[in-house]
Design a protein around this ligand. Structure first.
Ligand SMILES: Cc1cc2nc3c(=O)[nH]c(=O)nc-3n(C[C@H](O)[C@H](O)[C@H](O)COP(=O)(O)OP(=O)(O)OC[C@H]3O[C@@H](n4cnc5c(N)ncnc54)[C@H](O)[C@@H]3O)c2cc1C
Length: 433
């Protein structure tokens, strides 16, 4: 049996993230961006287009974070509760949040691919949200009507029989098909944005962790092991990799790991039998699985929250294999070729946020849905820094609260993990026909 590759499948065709040549850090720039992923690199691109001098710093190799190691599904909003948004924010703000998540961010991402000539194997496949519980059908039918009353989302409800034309599994009870969504190779996506930023003279430096920020008389001093850089503006674009010691920001974002495996080649016919609609699939199950055909449609890329903290590799690989076999019993013994994981960034509101804390900008908290939203909010925060009207976003109008028990170290996740495992047992009982 071939050795299991413990790196993202995407890197095989896109190449591993590679460092930019090391140069001496400048003494002073207009903006320092911390984090070279989709958020930071998109922000840097639009800042540079507006003639700002920009330095992007990353503690590891640029693009090594979640952006090049995710599931490659693009399109958002499908996991957000419309009821909750209406309750918390009222109709106007809720509608604008939903409009940005469901429509604007995806449209923006597609336009950016075209404008910058980024070939990231984009396929507008649509996404199917598969209902885990029988009672989900009625619940989500009502949610979809409610959503359609607020924004012009292109989506349709399917019953159990029609669901088999999307995903041929007896595990589900119908679902919703979202048309605007699609699939990409996420590594090619983030490398494409990085290359555009480099073309616009952004300086990107890896292996340069930002250790400390100090603000004095309108100037930031950004401390790294390679020296201190002076700047007028700092953007934190660190999402799930935000260090635990960055004061107020670290108390508002927490990392949840997500895990992915890839099957041996099953061939196009077999994958086509299991995914007749060739869509991206996500479940309504609380600790949900997300899965899709590979871009060549020969393998299955299967992800899930196998645990709320990083367990030993063998544990999450076995968990995901078991979950895959539960959904498609006919391939329960299929081999896996790749297994890897990464950190998603969650906020307590379960929504992303753009803003400024203690004079430092941030854009983060995509809650596992950043391929469209991270470039979108990167673009928005760049425009907020520039003070242009394009910076207007509903995600700057909501709060990014902390909790009294959270100081930046997510000690509560192992306990949450136990809670979710009990809830899984209950929801598995409700899953039965
Ligand atoms: C396994 C997995 C599957 C996912 N699947 C999907 C999916 O299918 N669809 C989807 O839309 N989203 C998905 N996501 C979420 C998506 O990948 C993220 O929301 C998105 O990539 C966030 O981009 P970012 O630029 O904000 O952060 P990242 O790409 O994570 O970049 C943050 C960077 O900050 C750097 N950093 C941290 N601290 C410092 C410091 N002190 N100094 C300098 N640099 C620092 C890190 O090194 C890192 O490179 C998934 C995430 C994971 C982990």
């Amino acid at each position: 049996m071939a050795k299991l590759i413990k790196e993202p499948f995407w890197w095989e065709s896109a190449g591993r993230p590679h460092p930019t040549p090391k140069i001496e850090l400048p003494d002073e720039v207009d903006v320092v961006v911390v984090g070279a992923g989709l958020t930071g690199l998109t922000a840097s691109l639009f800042l540079a287009k507006a003639k700002k001098t920009v330095l992007v710093l990353d503690k590891t190799t640029p693009c090594m974070g979640a952006s090049s190691r995710n599931g490659g599904m693009i399109g958002g909003g499908h996991r957000v509760s419309v009821d909750l948004l209406l309750q918390k924010y009222g109709k106007d703000l809720a509608s604008r949040l939903l409009q940005e998540m469901h429509i604007d961010s995806t449209v923006f991402a597609k336009e950016l691919m075209t404008a910058e000539g980024i070939d990231c194997d984009f396929q507008e496949t649509g996404r199917f949200q598969a209902f885990w519980k029988k009672s989900d059908y009625e619940l989500y039918a009502r949610k979809l009507e409610q959503l359609k009353g607020l924004i012009p989302v292109q989506a349709e409800l399917l019953n159990s029989a029609d669901q088999k034309n999307e995903v041929a599994s007896n595990s589900y009870h119908g679902g919703i098909s979202y048309h605007l969504h699609g699939g990409i190779n996420p590594a090619k996506w983030v490398y494409g944005i990085k290359n555009s930023a480099l073309k616009h003279k952004v300086t990107i430096q890896g292996d340069t962790p930002v250790e400390k920020l100090h603000f004095d008389a309108g100037v930031h001093f950004v401390k790294t092991p390679r020296g201190t850089v002076k700047t007028k503006e700092v953007l934190m674009a660190t999402n799930g990799y935000t260090p635990t010691h960055f004061g107020e920001l670290s108390k508002r974002i927490f990392p949840i790991p997500s895990f992915i495996i890839v099957t041996d080649s099953l061939g196009e016919n077999r994958v086509g039998d299991l995914f007749p609609g060739l869509k991206m699939i996500v479940e309504t199950r609380e600790r949900h699985c997300y899965f899709r055909p590979s871009p060549d449609r020969k393998r299955i890329i299967f992800g899930g929250r196998a645990a709320m903290f990083k367990p030993p590799d063998r544990f999450f690989e076995a968990q995901l294999q078991m979950l895959l076999g539960g959904i498609f019993p006919e391939i329960k013994d299929v081999g896996i070729t790749h297994a890897w994981w990464g950190k998603t960034g969650f906020t307590f509101e379960m929504l992303p946020h753009v803003g400024k804390l203690n004079n430092v900008w941030h854009a983060m908290g995509y809650c596992g849905n950043g391929n469209g939203m991270a470039p979108w909010l990167g673009y928005k925060v760049a425009n907020r820094i520039l003070g242009t009207p394009e910076g207007e976003t509903a995600f700057a109008e909501i709060d990014m609260p902390t909790k009294w028990y959270y100081g930046g170290l997510p000690w509560f996740l192992p306990f949450a993990d136990i809670g979710f495992r009990f809830r899984d047992i209950y929801s598995n009982i409700q899953n039965k026909p």
